[in-house]
Design a protein around this ligand. Structure first.
Ligand SMILES: [Zn+2]
Ligand SMILES: [Zn+2]
Length: 250
């Protein structure tokens, strides 16, 4: 029986070869999410994380990171990996090089790490951070939506595009938290929906300071959603970390 199952796994692998998101190589039949080499390299956020955004913290006695002290519109969020090394390259391919197939691996990872947490949060619907329509048409897809869809499949929850982006926003890299907030302040609006949900999981590819997530969560909360939680594939270092007096994250 065991041999038969092994055979089926092998056959499935031959028919549908899967890639390791971190190095883009094909996975062996016994490798599930990352290949064995990347499994040793890629960093997950670990056990000691900011209770709000899920960023890795340097000291056990801290419970909140510098960026989260300003407060957030969303209640809590978690990341699968740290945005560094191979995962930086992975996110580039996921975003710009049509490696949409990574989403299934990310959803599987999310289930393993946060299956129980999502249940505790009582999530009713998964909503992607929308991309500006013109931009999405040009790129061909919105990677946050691709991840949201895979998550919805993995957790057996509905995925709804409840938000739209009314304006394009400039790239946020290197900007201060205040400018980031200003840039996205009025970017998101909620579409009318036939079904009313109370507890939403907002989904994005990369989280840095939370400015985008807050703006999107704010639009949902203003329109009657009770609680917004968040999930992202990778979490960056944020801007709260540059302060020399509190070397808390990473
Ligand atoms: Zn790999
Ligand atoms: Zn935080």
């Amino acid at each position: 029986m065991k041999e038969k199952r092994k055979g089926l796994v092998f056959l499935k692998h031959l028919l549908y070869p899967r890639r390791c998101p971190a190095c883009d190589g094909l996975l062996e039949p016994d490798e599930r999410i990352l290949c064995n080499a990347c499994e040793r390299q890629v960093k997950r956020t670990g056990d000691v994380v900011c209770v709000i955004c899920g960023k890795s913290l340097g000291r056990v006695e801290d419970d909140i990171c510098g960026d989260c002290r300003r407060g957030h519109a969303f209640t809590g969020g978690r990341a699968l990996y740290r945005y560094e090394g191979r995962m930086k390259e992975a996110m580039y391919r996921f975003k710009y090089e049509n490696r949409r197939c990574y989403a299934d691996s990310f959803a599987l990872e999310a289930k393993e790490q946060y299956g129980e947490l999502l249940q505790a949060w009582g999530i009713e619907c998964i909503v992607p951070i929308p991309m500006y329509k013109v931009k999405e048409r040009k790129r061909g897809y919105n990677q946050a939506k691709v991840f949201a869809k895979a998550l919805a499949g993995q957790f057996d929850l509905p995925m709804e595009e409840l938000l739209y982006r009314a304006q394009d926003t400039p790239p946020m890299k290197g900007l201060s938290p205040e400018v980031r907030r200003d840039n996205v302040k009025n970017a998101f609006h909620m579409k009318r929906s036939a079904v009313q949900f109370n507890r939403i999981l907002l989904v994005d590819d990369i989280y840095t300071t939370g400015a985008t997530m807050d703006a999107a969560a704010g639009a949902l909360l203003r329109n009657g959603i009770t609680s917004v939680y968040a999930m992202y594939v990778c979490i960056g270092e944020g801007n709260g970390l540059v302060r020399v007096d509190d070397n808390k994250c990473f």
